[in-house]
Ligand binder design. Sequence first.
Ligand code: ATP
Ligand code: MG
Length: 494
Amino acid sequence: MSSSRPRDTRWRTPARWPLRARLIAEQVVLLSLVCVIIGVVTGFALRDFLVQRLDQQLTQTAGRTGFGPMMDGGGQRPGPSDLLDDHPLDNPGFGPGTLFSRVRNSQLKADRVNSSGVSETISDEAALAVLSAVPQDRKPRTVELGALGSYRVVAVPTPNGAAVTGLPLSEVNSTVLRMGLILGGVALGGLITVGLAGALIIRRTLEPLERVAATAGRVAELPLHEGEVALAERVPAADATPDTEVGQVGLALNRMLGHVGDALSARHASETRVRQFVADASHELRTPLAAIRGYAELTRRSRDSVSPEIAHAMGRVESEAVRMTSLVEDLLLLARLDAGRPLELGEVDLSRLVVDSVSDARIAGREHDWRLALPPEAVTVRGDADRVRQVLANLLSNARTHTPPGTTVTTMLNPGRAGWVDLVVADDGPGIPEALLPEVFERFARGDSSRSRAAGSTGLGLSIVAAVVSAHGGAVRVDSRPGATRFTVSLPAG
Ligand SMILES: Nc1ncnc2c1ncn2[C@@H]1O[C@H](COP(=O)(O)OP(=O)(O)OP(=O)(O)O)[C@@H](O)[C@H]1O
Ligand SMILES: [Mg+2]
């Protein structure tokens, strides 16, 4: 089974790491670099120094064997007999590991003082071969003698071949290694301490920045796009001082929030004014419209006595007055819903309301096939009966006016998610144009099909549906493709 959690790719690019992690990592990397440089330089310097000291010892030791690099005459030492010179290491005073080789009877013979201070003959052929190849230039140099390890040797020429004296480098090597280990241990301890202490310090240093970010985050969560917004969020005063960089950010953010708050208040005031104006204008238009309708109706009775043109004109005046009245009513309702006017909430028998509304629609649209799918028991919702009726009327009128005759329109009541009821109006008409679909709930959004135009549509029907449903705390959505359009309204169950 594979994990479905998306992998966190942030850590692949250091540039996208959190600031805290980056600072700690940079600190630790820099310090490691410094430690490595110190370690390498110190190691080489110490080794150089120790090798120099060993070379001094080597010169002295070689002198004591009778074949010191400073001596002249092929290393021949006046005094002690040649016999003794063949095995100088048998003399006391040579430390363990000291090595001496010389050609005797045209064969290279080498001795070495063992750990107990006794001189032994070296039989390792490879070591002997290396010793015989040491340049006879009286200069100390390092050679690898196989199992005997690294040696610092000096060779001086003698009439019958070179005499080589050597001291082991093992002590120098182990001293350098030991120093390396100590330095490594100290560096590791230092790095861990710097990492932990750095994490703590950086965390504390970044705390004000986190508080500023938290304030910005809280503001981002606020619903700033509509209504009256109380933008009281501010960066705490302690984090908004001009003395620190973060404080400057906090200060700037607070100033910006102040401006945004003012702008939002101004926007809200202007929205309220426009809303009030629309509500007032709609309200004021109702009376003259009622008068126009009344007079038009009055003239209908005496239309026989006027010319057909005038009768037709009066008929148009009446029908347009009716249309304008419904537009004005829609605008007034939207303005009131926008203003947050409370609904008259109660228990609404939705089943009954659906049956009534579909019956009305059947009368209005006789050429459509109206169907109902209701659960056997009555479904109730908590809402404003008149407004819910309007939602249903708008959806059914759309299904009638924006689809051709013969279209089947099915109204259903389904149980929604827990505590909700889904009211569905579905039809098998041509569907909502794809370009219109994303904004179908916007005000004055309408298709420009000839049917819509003929129906005298204004494009307010669905925006009223959306506003009423959201005032109920519910949601409306639409799925539409040719042959299947489905509006689903979710309302809180009663
Ligand atoms: N059932 C439907 N089938 C096809 N198109 C639809 C349907 N319902 C809505 N529409 C499209 O969505 C547009 C917007 O609908 P809305 O109800 O908001 O406005 P309207 O019906 O044009 O005008 P009004 O309802 O204000 O008289 C319509 O013009 C129409 O193009
Ligand atoms: Mg409509």
